[in-house]
Design a protein around this ligand. Sequence first.
Ligand code: GAL
Length: 429
Amino acid sequence: MQRKRWRLAPTVLIAAGSLVLAGCGGESKPRSTGTTGAAASKVEVFSWWTGGGEAKGLDAMVADFKKKHANIEFVNAAVAGGSGTNAKAVLASRLQAQQPPDSFQGHAGAELQDYIKAGQLEELDSFYDQNQLRSVFPQQLVDQITFEGHVYSVPVNIHRSNVLWYSPQVLKEAGISAPPATIDEFIADLQQVKQKTKKIPLSLGAQWTADHLWESVMLASLGVDGYNALWKSGADWGGQNVTTALQKFAEILKYTNTEAASTDWQLAAKDVVDGKAAFNIMGDWAAGYFKELGKQPETDYKWAASPGTDGVYMWLSDSFTLPKGAKHRDAAVEWLKECASKEGQDLFNPQKGSIPARKDADTSLYKDYLAWALEQWKTNKLAGSMWHGVTANNQWHTDIDTAVGLFLRSKDVGKFQKALVDAAENDAG
Ligand code: GAL
């Protein structure tokens, strides 16, 4: 069997070679999608939504923006790569060089706080007041985009990280009648798929998808309070509870496929809807992708909370910013209005596979998986996603990624835990 070639520290590697991006699928040259004729202004919007499901969500919101602003040329500066592994490095160089895009996507929570603390973002207090936005988002979300009393970004959605996608056909073939409710049941099911079918028990792609899997396993094994406690300063990463979680993670990894680590999340998720894999743990952007593929919920795929995390919403939120020094500030403000609007959010989210950040969205537009997600959001306890920017700042995130990368090669739980202890000591803010 071909071994996975795991990358060690993708962000660092890409940062050092961002010029190479154009040649490897990254889009370093902005695509102009403006209306023809002379545009009075333009707005350059930076994200990583180029791929299946993601670009479609963005396009839906952009189309509405263009309808309202025929005189503003929309420049799509998206850089390919799931979860922003490439984009964030390109963004860092642009911010460093004081060449910011007019608005960029970032994650609510610790990730955006890095940019705020570095003085790279304008605060949006008066924007919020003028557009009466203070009460349209849930308070816990507003808290995550507020720093020292000022609010700094506009959240477009709420995504869920801890989702188990599964193939009803493959589970049937393996003789599994219901999705696993605990990590131990999950491991038993993975083993059963391996023994009884020729299908991939758990599909996995690029290294970041292992980071993503890891946070779901940590949440399940530690419980919501234990998981949330890890991200507070002075947390104990050296305890037996963490060792046990890492051992479970190691066990689960034995049942993943061995595709090249260059496979992004889409292809790994597609294995499930194509009936090639039993399970995939991925955020609910997968729902947007499956929709784009024309796959049928309940028939081609089903979903559940990732094993052992029922009742907990591991959340994250894509949020747009106004960088200091934006060349087209007025147009950027118009873009932020679009992101904040009910119409914009209701066009974007059903395609993207996320629920709206606004509390007053038209819930009839959110069907199948998304109807389930809206219900869960109302009742679940909350845990912040590490990989998608809520709980760990950018340095901590990179150090955890490096630790995961080394572990994928060594499978040494002791060293992995030590690296996590060190990362928490060095980076917890
Ligand atoms: C997340 C992002 C989502 C989605 C996903 C996969 O970090 O918040 O919107 O794009 O990455 O690329």
